[in-house]
Design a protein around this ligand. Structure first.
Ligand SMILES: Nc1ncnc2c1ncn2[C@@H]1O[C@H](COP(=O)(O)OP(=O)(O)OP(=O)(O)O)[C@@H](O)[C@H]1O
Ligand SMILES: [Mg+2]
Length: 328
């Protein structure tokens, strides 16, 4: 399988399963996602749809879990990284690909100063002196807009506010000019004004470094604001993808339509909001046919029997629905 040149990251037919004591959990079960160079792609979907497991598969962070990539390819700049050995995979992390998580406290080392953590990260990937790395770390901290950057370099993670910690995580993630930044719900733990500042910061750094971002979120408002393209995930698969305009103005998959209908709008009372009936099915008891059929008010017999493929609707818009493929 070949990767397309304009795509910095191409995930093809990815299957990541967990082999648990209670059986196999097919968390990611045939995901296709393409991230174009210099753009931001949003991954949305309800809890449990496989967004984080997709991100961890790209990062090569499944060790220590019962998860395994069973099938598929992950092309980074045209090279398939799934088959790389552990050492090569480790070198990519924090170098070519970085990730920031929802709760920075879990990914920062609690007993190492902020400055030291950033410096060690730089030294792992770049052949420069400690002095130069320290200078670089400080410059990066200043760029993130934390107050009194010099002082903060000597502090420990617990001495910082949530928003400051997230800025430090962004500094650590961006200091080696990654080609791809994966952000997994990076702002959900923060209040709205801080959230907006963090998104601005990510956008600004992305422009400066010409990196590309995979942005995982529940928040479609954030997607509209910062993403160029969107992939909607349901039960371990992408059910619809395309550029932001097509997804927001011409959604075709009933699941995407349901997600959009449940976004709060100005002037609409919360209890008037539509929500998608029912719940995401247990990944160990997935229905036959279209995984969304049991919750879909348009479902017909064919939907309950046969799983649709991703139909190409033109202009890069794809939808995994028999109806949008014109086959019902
Ligand atoms: N370490 C693990 N062992 C077993 N199952 C797991 C593991 N990690 C994730 N899963 C399962 O994989 C499925 C997808 O999980 P994932 O964390 O990717 O969801 P998500 O889309 O990121 O959800 P959320 O929005 O809540 O973060 C879930 O059913 C989850 O229970
Ligand atoms: Mg998640």
């Amino acid at each position: 399988m070949e990767a397309q040149k304009e795509n910095i990251l191409e995930i093809k037919n990815l299957h990541t399963w967990f082999h648990t004591a209670n059986g196999i959990v097919k968390s990611v079960d045939g995901v296709d996602i393409s991230l174009k160079k210099g753009t931001t792609l949003g991954i949305v979907g309800e809890s449990g749809s496989g967004k984080s497991v997709t991100a961890l598969s790209v990062m090569g962070l499944l060790m220590g879990t019962r998860g395994k990539i069973e099938e598929g390819n992950i092309f980074l700049d045209g090279e398939d990284i799934v088959s790389l050995d552990k050492e090569k995979r480790r070198k990519l992390r924090g170098g070519k690909i970085s990730m920031i998580f929802q709760e920075p406290m879990t990914s920062l080392n609690p007993i190492m100063t902020i400055g030291k953590q950033i410096v060690e990260g730089i030294l792992e990937h770049q052949q420069i002196s400690r002095k130069e790395a320290e200078k670089k770390a400080l410059e990066m901290m200043k760029k993130t807009g934390v107050p009194r950057a010099e002082h903060m370099m000597k502090e420990y993670p617990f001495q910082l506010s949530g928003g400051q910690r997230q800025r430090v995580m962004i500094a650590m993630a961006m200091v080696c000019n990654p080609e791809i930044l994966i952000a997994d719900e990076p702002t959900t733990a923060l209040d709205v004004t801080i959230q907006a500042q963090i998104l601005d910061l990510m956008n600004q750094l992305k422009k400066e470094t010409n990196s590309s971002i995979l942005f995982i979120t529940h928040d479609l408002g954030v997607v509209a604001e910062i993403c160029d393209d969107v992939a909607v995930m349901y039960c371990g698969k992408v059910v619809e993808s395309g550029d932001v305009r097509s997804i927001f103005f011409q959604p075709t998959h009933p699941y995407t339509k349901g997600l959009l209908a449940s976004v709060p709008k100005l002037g609409v009372e919360a209890d008037e909001l539509e929500s998608i009936p029912g719940n995401v099915p247990n990944p160990q008891e997935l229905p036959k046919g279209c995984k969304f059929a049991p919750r879909c008010m348009f479902a017909e017999d064919k939907c309950r029997q046969e799983e649709p493929q991703l139909f190409d609707l033109g202009n890069g818009h794809l939808s995994r629905c028999w109806q949008s493929g014109g086959q019902l």
